[in-house]
Design a protein around this ligand. Structure first.
Ligand code: NAD
Ligand code: MLT
Length: 543
């Protein structure tokens, strides 16, 4: 049974789902050394923001295949190091967007109406009505930096309060802002015009410090800053200076550069409202992210594709069902060619012919590379790191697309060339396949010779000159060595010309028998690969 470690608090609903499909350990608050010591036993790690999944942690997780973040931000995970190790990183965008948006408004209203301070004052026995006169949101301008899931929810709520909303998001069109009743603006213009600026963008190397001393100085005098996204987006020392100097009227902060922010001078200022990274902490959001993290981690461990993969971009939700058989085909063609090629490959060509509708060629190509590399290299080669590993090995990868009519069969060809080969014919090999209507991977050509065979099982493939007795000699030898033949196909272009033979075996082919096959007269090459279970047809659609 696969083993999953949950190292930060996860909603019970998520843990229960995990327990149905895995051996689960929930161990929160582990020291770094403790985490490093136990991680080698686990196939997946599920975290929130407390566990720092560094390159060192990923190295310790020698069996790790999945790291899931129950939340949106993956800035506590070294995604590049995970990618390099072929580890899938998941997050759970969506279920906590409403919670984060509502918390943003809660912090904003608390700041502008002095809710936290007034509460503390009344509890201290005071009745201070004049000291806590606030400001309204109505007719104020809100500057939203980052119009993703949370930014959109904040925008629509701000519009309901009667606010004008300016948006800065370089990856979102002006039309998308207008559709929400907002206006797109450059960052500087937004900072200059907004009464309240709120951040809803990820912490990335390029967004770290996006609000530094210069940007804070550009903000309107007397404006407020809200950060319920990530510490690190704002230069905290510059913010402190802007608040103390009176340039900014106040700040609402749910996140900090260092959490918990013990000793932060920001906590001493009366015009700052703080919460301890609570924006996503609603019961509904935590249950939602827990369930999605659990379900998608188990699915990924079963080898299924999930659409919340951070380091496998370009997967459109809903496209997975159509893509899965193509990934299977590409991976198997990659394994087949890896078994054929003499010497290390220097070029790999990925060729698609036909109408590509619904098929993501980049990911299919990565699957072919992963299948190809898996045989040759000790590291785990996966969809995630295949292109990186190929580049690192100096393998040149090229892609070719030949358009076809929508009704034309889509085929995928993988062509591999080696630098060194015994002869010119061994230099380049190719295999072409397609996905049948029922989802099965089928090989249509090997080294340019037409064949037609389900692409799976134990395959012996031979390049030979078409002469009487060749097929018989192979059959006789295999029979004599107790290797049963399930099926055989021969592809040739002309009688007595060059040909290929693909023999499907019921039994594994021992290496000494393969060596014997190679001694049969007239054979140029013989190779063997076990592609695992033949692909299963997909169940037919009901109704
Ligand atoms: P999202 O991916 O849907 O949206 C992020 C948006 O930021 C995107 O539209 C993107 O185009 C934009 N963006 C990227 N770089 C930008 C830049 N340089 N300038 C302006 N915009 C830029 O993510 P989301 O679900 O809306 O979450 C946003 C962030 O909020 C997360 O990355 C996470 O760090 C944070 N978050 C915090 C909490 C919390 O508990 N405090 C909860 C949820 C999310
Ligand atoms: C997130 O990025 O989703 C938040 O930081 C949520 C959390 O509190 O884990």
């Amino acid at each position: 049974m696969v083993k999953v470690l949950v190292s930060d608090p996860l909603a019970e609903a998520g843990v229960a789902i995990l327990r149905d499909g895995a051996a689960v350990d929930v161990q929160t608050g582990l020291a770094r050394e403790e985490l490093l010591a136990i991680l080698p036993g686990y196939d997946a790690l599920i975290v929130r923001s407390e566990t720092k999944v560094t390159a060192e942690v990923l190295r310790a997780g020698t069996k790790l295949r999945v790291v899931a973040r129950a939340g949106v931000g993956t800035d506590n995970i070294d995604v590049a190091a995970a990618t390099e190790r072929g580890i899938l990183v998941l997050n759970t965008p969506g279920p906590n967007s409403i919670a984060a948006a509502e918390h943003t408004l809660a912090v904003t209203l608390s700041l502008l109406r002095h809710v936290a301070r007034a509460d503390a004052s009344l509890r201290a026995g005071k009745w201070e009505r004049k000291a806590f006169v606030g400001s309204e949101l109505y007719r104020k301008t809100l500057g939203v930096v980052g119009l993703g899931r949370i930014g959109r929810e904040v925008t629509s709520r701000a519009r309901a309060f009667g606010m004008e909303v300016l948006i800065y998001d370089p990856y979102v069109s002006a039309a998308a802002a207008e559709a929400l009743g907002a206006t797109a603006a450059p960052l500087d213009a937004l900072l200059e015009r907004a009464d309240i600026v709120t951040l809803h963008l990820p912490l990335l190397p390029e967004t770290r410090g996006i609000l530094g001393a210069r940007e804070l100085a550009r903000m309107k005098r007397g404006a407020f800053l809200i950060n319920c996204a990530r510490g690190g987006l704002v230069d905290e020392a510059a913010l402190h200076a802007a608040l103390v100097g009176g340039h900014l009227a106040g700040a609402g902060l749910d996140v900090f550069e260092r959490e918990p922010p013990t000793d932060s001078p920001l906590l001493t200022l009366p015009n700052v409202v703080v919460t301890p990274h609570l924006a996503a902490s609603s019961a509904e959001a935590q249950e939602g992210v827990g369930i999605v993290a659990a379900e998608t981690t188990l699915a990924a461990l079963r080898g299924e594709l999930v659409d919340n993969a951070v380091n496998l971009p370009g997967l459109a939700p809903g496209a997975l069902a159509a893509l899965k058989p193509w990934l299977d085909l590409a991976d198997r063609l990659g394994q087949l060619l890896a078994a054929t090629i003499d010497g290390p490959a220097v070029t790999l060509e990925l060729g698609f012919t036909g109408a590509m509708a619904g098929i993501n060629p980049t990911i299919v190509g990565s699957a072919a590379l992963a299948g190809f590399l898996r045989a040759a290299i000790p590291e785990q080669a996966t969809l995630i790191n295949a292109r990186l590993l190929a580049a690192r090995r100096g393998v040149r990868v090229s892609e070719r697309f030949t358009a076809g009519r929508p009704d034309e069969l889509l085929t995928f060809e993988l062509r591999a060339s080696a630098a060194h080969a015994e002869d010119e014919a061994g230099h380049t090999h190719s295999a072409t396949g397609t996905v049948e209507g029922d989802g099965r991977a089928r090989i249509l050509a090997l080294d340019g010779f037409a064949v037609s065979l389900d692409l799976g099982g134990k395959l012996l493939f031979i390049s030979h000159r078409d002469q009487p007795g060749r097929i018989g000699a192979v059959g006789t030898l295999l029979g004599a060595r107790g290797v049963n033949i399930a099926a055989m196909q021969v592809g040739r272009q002309q009688v007595r010309g060059q040909a290929v033979m693909i023999v499907t075996l019921d039994d594994p082919l021992p290496r000494p028998v393969l060596d014997e096959v190679r001694t049969i007269e007239g054979l140029r090459h013989a190779h063997y690969v076990d592609l695992g279970e033949p692909p299963m047809p997909m169940p037919a659609d009901e109704g």
